[in-house]
Ligand binder design. Structure first.
Ligand SMILES: [Fe+2]
Length: 261
């Protein structure tokens, strides 16, 4: 992607988001957070691509894919007032936005197809991603998924530090801010088979997020997470005990090995 191409995509995104502002120019708070998330995912996607040694054109493509990955969230929130994943697939909706609007800001159909693929599949469980994606499509998708995970981890930690993650029960109905680790959670998270629907407590949620360390795709993503101290910060929010200690030790060792450090 050229510099001009990235500017066009970035300008289009800003204008698209502006369409959801009120008369005073403000976004609903949830969409303001989504905008800030999109901007950070764009930066991390670019960072990961650069650390992988990709050329500047690819770094810009990665940034654009990160910027646009949640494009389906804006209309979803505007029409439903929530980000429920059970009632709407925002990846598929975002791919629809790309299909109808990307001609306004991307002239290269190959770039549009790559970004659309990342938008469409970024939110699926790893096992649900089609195995027959073309190599370049899969590579960009996996990069966006890594950048997205990094920022979700950051958002979760910030929320915990701010107010104990008071928003969590509204984001994940059925999840309580108190309570122990639900039996079976550590085991399921350890082999990446813990769905959000099985979470019952904040501790379960933290364990699920720690389990994502087995699901990063690129060493630079893991290095960024380790540099930011994310595993230790998440661990500090969990109860003490040998089962959690063993789980955390395995996760940290796997993360360091994956990061190549
Ligand atoms: Fe998303």
């Amino acid at each position: 992607m050229t510099e001009g191409g990235y500017s066009a995509a970035s300008d289009w995104f800003a204008a698209y988001v502006n369409g959801f502002r009120d008369a005073g120019g403000a976004l609903p708070p949830a969409l303001q957070l989504k905008l800030e998330h999109s901007l950070r995912v764009a930066e991390d996607a670019g960072r990961i691509a650069a650390e992988l040694g990709r050329d500047p054109a690819y770094v810009r493509l990665a940034r654009a894919a990160g910027l646009l990955h949640d494009i389906g969230r804006f209309a979803q929130f505007s029409s439903s007032g929530n980000f429920s994943d059970s009632s709407s697939d925002h990846g598929e909706a975002g791919a629809g936005v790309m299909a109808s609007r990307s001609g306004e800001f991307i002239s290269d159909p190959a770039e549009a197809a790559l970004i659309t693929c990342s938008v469409r599949w970024h939110n699926r469980r790893t096992g649900d991603i089609p195995g027959d994606l073309a190599g370049p499509e899969a590579a960009l998708l996996l990069l966006v998924r890594d950048a997205d995970k990094l920022d979700i981890m950051r958002i979760a930690l910030e929320s915990m530090e701010r107010d104990g993650f008071s928003d969590l029960p509204s984001m994940l109905p059925g999840v309580s801010l108190s309570g122990d680790i639900t039996p079976g959670t550590l085991e399921a998270a350890g082999d990446c088979s813990l769905p959000a629907s099985s979470l019952r407590t904040l501790s379960d949620f933290i364990i699920m997020v720690l389990g994502w360390f087995r699901d990063f795709n690129y060493a630079p993503s893991l290095r960024l997470a380790l540099r930011r101290g994310i595993p230790e910060k998440l661990r500090s929010r969990l109860p003490a005990g040998p089962a959690v200690d063993g789980f955390f030790k395995d996760i940290l060792e796997a993360a360091r090995a994956g990061a190549g450090i």
